[in-house]
Design a protein around this ligand. Structure first.
Ligand SMILES: [Zn+2]
Length: 291
């Protein structure tokens, strides 16, 4: 697959369901819309894959045919800094997701690392890293190829600041950086006030993980509403009272020469994914004209 910025929805667009499409039809329909990424939602999964192997393989084949890059959003029922039973169950869920990710050829399993709960933040992070190393080792011994994608989180109760995610990516083998720009924005009640605020994140990533990790980052994007505790709800790109502004990220993508996979998490999924794609094209063309 060529290295370029890809766009696609987080889950099956509602219109596809209304049309009676099956999961295997999704890549072709996205391709017809000019999109080239899809994040399969395994968000309600328990300890075993909730898709049949043959259905996952069919989705994978269709994705290759339509040049759609697959990723997976892993189970929401993961907390790697909780009680021992909770951590063990979380590890099982991640392995189940990674198993099915391999069936369909999804390159990363995105997940929410955990909650601080009663723990000190540093201790919670350490616990998560220990558990993730065990998951990574087990995946290796099972021969699973998908990457583990810890995501930057939007609520104060959740493990997943940018610094924590960078530390996890440095310490755990087989990880893929996942930046949710809406979450970063919400966590500190409006982090991104101008384009430079996003550049800072890019520079930080490059310093700590290197240029290639920055170029190939996996991203979630949505306009987002926040309160004192962080993220409240996702909004469409047209609701411009909610940030962050995708134009700024498009500028960062062009300036740094990035080729991220951009997953749209607004309520309009594919429609807004196309808007983001068009914005990047506009920004890129206007910068070339200035050269
Ligand atoms: Zn997520």
């Amino acid at each position: 697959m060529t290295e370029h910025t890809r766009f696609g929805p987080a889950g099956v667009p509602p219109m596809f369901r209304l049309m009676g499409a099956t999961m295997a039809d999704v890549p072709k329909l996205l391709h017809e819309e000019g999109l080239d990424a899809f994040e399969y939602q395994a968000s309600r999964w328990g300890p075993i894959p909730q898709i049949k192997m043959e259905d996952a393989q069919k989705l994978g084949l269709e994705a290759i045919k339509s040049d759609v890059k697959l990723s997976m959003h892993g189970s929401y029922f993961v907390n790697l800094s909780g009680k021992k039973e909770v951590v063990e169950a979380s590890k099982r869920r991640l392995i189940a997701c990674a198993t099915a990710a391999d069936w369909m050829g999804a390159y990363v399993v995105v997940f929410h690392t955990g909650f601080y709960g009663k723990f000190e933040k540093d201790y919670a992070l350490k616990t998560c890293i220990t558990a993730l190393k065990e998951v990574s080792d087990e995946m290796k011994s099972l021969g699973l190829k998908a990457k583990l994608g810890p995501e930057t989180m939007g609520r104060k109760s959740q493990v997943g600041t940018i610094d924590e995610i960078l530390t996890i990516c440095q310490e755990v083998e087989g990880t893929q950086l996942v930046i949710d720009w809406g979450h970063l924005h919400a966590l500190h009640q409006g982090t991104f006030k101008k384009m430079e605020d996003m550049r800072v994140i890019g520079e930080k990533v490059e310093q700590q993980l290197g240029t290639e990790a920055l170029r190939s980052m996996h991203c979630h994007f949505s306009a987002i509403e926040f309160g004192s505790q962080g993220e409240k709800r996702h909004h469409t790109l047209d609701e411009t009272q909610y940030g962050p502004d995708f134009h700024w990220l498009a500028e960062v993508i062009v300036d740094f020469g990035l080729h991220p996979t951009m997953i749209c998490e607004t309520p309009f999924l594919d429609v807004d994914a196309r808007k983001m794609r068009d914005t990047l094209k506009e920004v890129s063309e206007s910068k070339q004209q200035k050269l």
